[in-house]
Design a protein. Structure first.
Length: 473
């Protein structure tokens, strides 16, 4: 048994019928779809590598502490694998079915994941849509699942079944045991807090320096969160239905921008989203105005492969008003550099870690307060994936797209996932707010191609470097 971390628990507090908090990936494979028993058998063999997939959440009576992950004694692999066939082999039908599946929240009385095999795609292809609750892990650890379940070779031999790593005791703790365990954990956390205070007092100079840095970052973070984002059609009460759209670009070409413009792949992705949002504004006959975007940043340390979430958030202005694609990507680069140097990331991470000492009601209150603030207009997340082909039961994975959830009053989220030289964009929107979601997706694709093509012809001169340095400072 393991207690849910504060950040993981916050995603449970955010969940409602209108805001399911799962993250997903849509994987497109070449070849005929596997049979149900073939897929279930493969998952059964590899389940010991992801034991959390057998765990369900058990809540402490009275909310005395965060929930626990407990082995589900009634776990049934076949119940988590569903199959559906498209009525017609069109992208429209694939997006319609995907949107419908993404609209449904996961059942919290059993392990928080499910897998949908979608057949009937054209060109002898099928798709696998994997849904996992955000409380289980973040995008980075979620991508690791593909490395566990998939093979690096089409002719890889079936892996032998591994010995289970979960406990043989399959009894759910009683209410009394849950309350006693919560009290014991609270006592341990109090001792840990006292120990941290003692260590801080032993080295006052270091403590003062760290406190000063934390105060600076926290002040910048609070200033960013309190200031309302611009009013847009994206920030409204959303419903429970979803629309989904795809875009794709070249990771290889985006990487070349580092040598020509001195920008990162993440800068190019954000600038491409800005271009897509500009197209959407023009499609709606609205003057393109800058919006504020929340960007999750991984704070996972090297070698940290644990489940759960290890992310902090930064909020920057998205330069939608700029017509020139190179000016957009360079502006994004400056904004991200400022956000990283301001201490927002470290402060946000520290606040999340300190929240482990708060009561469950305190974490819930903080979560709902952040959700109520209109601090940003949309979310964009970039997840690095494997840069080599992967195979499912001998079928090659050819395209991979992510999905990030919508928060209350946020009608749009955009995920980018890199895989085997490509960038796959998954655009999720509220069904009623974004009937024209395809305009955003196609605009992202067009804008990224424009940035990489134009940027490839640029030469990073000392003048350009000085300009970036002066503005960034």
């Amino acid at each position: 048994m393991q207690r849910l971390a504060p950040l993981d628990a916050s995603f449970l507090h955010l969940e409602s019928e209108r805001t399911p908090m799962h993250i997903s990936s849509l994987a497109i494979y070449e070849g005929p779809p596997p049979a149900d028993d073939e897929l279930v058998d493969m998952l059964d063999r590899r389940m010991p590598l992801v034991p959390r997939f057998r765990d369900r959440l058990v809540r402490v009576p009275g909310g005395g502490h965060r929930p626990l992950w407990v082995n589900d004694p009634n776990f049934d692999m076949a119940a988590h694998v569903q199959r559906v066939r498209l009525p017609a082999p069109t992208n429209f039908e694939l997006m319609r079915i995907t949107g419908r599946i993404l609209s449904e929240p996961l059942t919290q009385t059993r392990p928080l994941w499910e897998m949908w095999l979608i057949e009937g795609l054209r060109s002898n292809r099928f798709a696998v849509l994997s849904k996992t609750h955000h409380a289980l892990w973040d995008g980075v650890s979620g991508v690791d699942l593909h490395a566990v379940l998939l093979d690096a070779s089409p002719d890889a031999q079936p892996r032998e079944s591994l010995e289970p790593t979960w406990s043989e005791i399959e009894r759910t703790p009683s209410p009394v045991e849950l309350i006693a365990g919560a009290a014991q954990d609270r006592l341990h956390e109090t001792r840990e807090l006292a120990s941290n205070v003692t260590r801080a007092l032993r080295d006052p100079r270091r403590t003062i320096a760290e406190a000063s840095s934390f105060l600076k970052g926290t002040t910048e973070l609070a200033r960013t969160m309190i200031r309302p984002a611009p009013r847009t059609p994206l920030n409204k009460t959303i419903g429970s239905r979803r629309r989904y759209a795809l875009a794709q670009g070249s990771l290889t070409e985006a990487k070349r921008l580092k040598s020509t413009l001195g920008v990162t792949v993440n800068d190019a992705i954000l600038a491409a989203v800005a271009g897509g949002m500009r197209d959407w504004c023009e499609h709606r006959r609205r003057r393109p105005k800058d919006m504020r975007v929340m960007v999750p940043v991984s704070v996972r340390s090297e070698g940290d492969d644990a489940f759960g979430n290890r992310v902090a958030m930064v909020i920057i202005s998205l330069p939608i008003s700029l017509d020139d694609p190179i000016e957009r990507v360079e502006t994004v680069h400056r904004h991200m550099a400022h956000a990283k140097s301001s201490g927002q990331i470290a402060a946000g991470d520290a606040i999340v870690r300190m929240s482990s000492f708060l009561p469950t009601a305190g974490i819930a209150a903080m979560t709902h307060l952040q959700s109520a603030l209109r601090a940003f207009n949309l979310l964009v997340t970039n997840i690095p994936g494997p840069q080599f082909p992967l195979y499912l039961l001998g079928r090659r994975l050819v395209e991979l797209y992510p999905q990030a959830p919508l928060a209350a009053n946020q009608a749009l989220s955009i995920g980018a996932l890199t895989y085997d030289g490509a960038i796959g964009f998954g655009v999720l929107g509220d069904h009623d707010a974004l009937p024209d979601i395809d305009v955003i997706a196609s605009g992202i694709e067009r804008s990224l191609a424009e940035i990489t093509t134009t940027g490839a012809a640029e030469t990073k001169t000392p003048v350009r470097q000085r300009e970036l340095s002066l503005v960034g400072s």
